[in-house]
Ligand binder design. Structure first.
Ligand code: DSN
Length: 415
């Protein structure tokens, strides 16, 4: 795929190959990652990248839009069909920009938004003080119940009544359980707030019918075509027809200028692929694998946040093993297992240290891993956790990781 680059920039070519080796020989368990089909890389590397285009199909600011109009319409229609949505905007460059688009379509700077706390599982763009969402808007946050570690719907209702937010946001980046979208939509309706669901992490599971869909309940739903959708690197917005015009003009010209047409083409393919039986059965396996991994880690003495998982995420509390997220994250990386340190609810450690790690099963499931491998991976993780300073044991585990990873060749003979 990179034969021309090899001739003109060997330094960069070698770096990309170094990363390919890492992806091939390691066990990838970052919850927001996946391995994309070759078609996605073909489209993202296609001549679509040459075109500049602003506006929407039939209403453009640059000439030469006939084919692009057809491709964007194809992506929009597929997204609507896949999720049963009235309207789709597939232009956001990322999930963050999709959220920015929805906020700027529906509310004004200084208005109140109510979203999930970042350290309880939310996302930066749901009102974190270090993000535009917490700087531009008056951000109030809800969290999880201290005992159950599940979303505290009573707290959402109390905060909504007290602060009268203009938008209530549901969705998370490190929450392993289903979210009751209907319940939050009723709370939003009662305080006359818009209801935004950011389903970036679970969009693929929603598409496959493994996870409840927020589409019937939310005014707007944002997502990414990466993560569980396992396709193009970008964002999208679904909404009711009633606010479609506002959403479109908030994305362009409100938040973005010209579109990324190579990514838009890849989004059209992502939505088609997500309608296939093959994709649905992979997503089913993603959820089975996450449940298996959670159960095995629990058996091995880790504490699983909320006691299990409904999606692709396993949140692990490391305190029973007397290590931090930072320590385990680094030790796992040294043997080729990639996870990320992550705050757990009411974490006594700082975000750079943390008491937990977040583990996701999407990428390895796409490679072909099943329950058997999840049991092996849990054992490997436990051996690393119990031998953090034993260089010899870690070296042996590194070899075992490579053997396991290579049972599922990535793009073998295809690149
Ligand atoms: N939100 C980040 C994550 O979940 O890893 C990246 O999208």
């Amino acid at each position: 795929m990179l034969k021309n680059l090899k001739k003109s920039d060997i330094e960069l070519y070698n770096m990309i190959n170094e990363e390919l080796d890492r992806q091939r020989n390691g066990i990838e368990m970052i919850a927001s990652e996946s391995f994309v089909p070759l078609e996605i890389m073909e489209i993202q590397g296609s001549i679509l990248t040459n075109k500049t285009m602003e506006g929407f199909p039939g209403k453009r600011y640059h000439a030469g839009h006939q084919v692009i109009d057809k491709i964007e319409t194809l992506a929009i229609e597929r997204a609507k069909k896949l999720f049963g949505a009235e309207h789709a905007n597939i232009q956001p460059h990322s999930g963050s920009q999709a959220n920015q688009g929805v906020y700027s379509a529906l509310i004004k700077p200084g208005d109140t938004i109510l979203g999930m706390k970042l350290d309880h599982g939310g996302h930066l763009t749901h009102g974190s003080p270090v993000n535009f969402s917490g700087k531009v808007y008056n951000s109030i946050s809800y969290g999880v119940n201290a005992k159950t570690e599940r979303i505290d719907y009573e707290e959402i209702e109390k905060l909504a009544k007290k602060h009268k937010p203009k938008i209530i946001v549901a969705g998370a980046s490190s929450y392993p359980r289903f979210i009751d979208y209907e319940k939050i939509s009723i709370i939003a309706k009662n305080v006359e707030a818009y209801f935004l669901v950011d389903m970036a992490h679970v969009a693929g599971l929603v598409a496959a019918g493994i996870h409840p869909s927020p589409v019937p309940y939310a005014d707007a739903v944002t997502g990414t075509t990466t993560k569980t959708l396992a396709g193009a690197r970008g964002g999208f917005i679904l909404c009711k027809n009633e606010i479609a015009k506002k959403i479109n003009s908030a994305v362009f010209p409100g938040v973005q200028g010209s579109m990324h047409l190579h990514i838009m083409g890849a989004k059209a393919y992502t939505f088609k692929k997500a309608m296939t039986e093959e994709y649905k059965s992979t997503m089913k396996q993603v959820a089975i694998n996450a449940k298996t991994l959670a159960k095995e880690l629990d058996n091995l003495g880790f504490r699983i946040v909320t006691g299990g998982t409904d999606n692709h995420i396993v949140m692990v509390d490391l305190r029973p093993k007397k290590i931090t997220g930072k320590i385990l994250d680094e030790a796992l990386e040294s043997v080729g297992i990639t996870v990320n340190k992550n705050m757990i609810p009411n974490d006594p450690e700082s975000p750079m240290v943390t008491s937990g790690v977040r583990i996701g099963t999407t990428a390895m499931t796409i490679k072909g891993a099943k329950r058997k491998e999840m049991i092996e991976i849990a054992t490997l993780i436990n051996r690393v956790a119990e031998n953090i300073e034993n260089v010899k044991v870690l070296e042996n585990i590194k070899g075992e990781v490579k053997i396991l990873a290579n049972r599922f060749p990535l793009y073998k003979g295809e690149l």
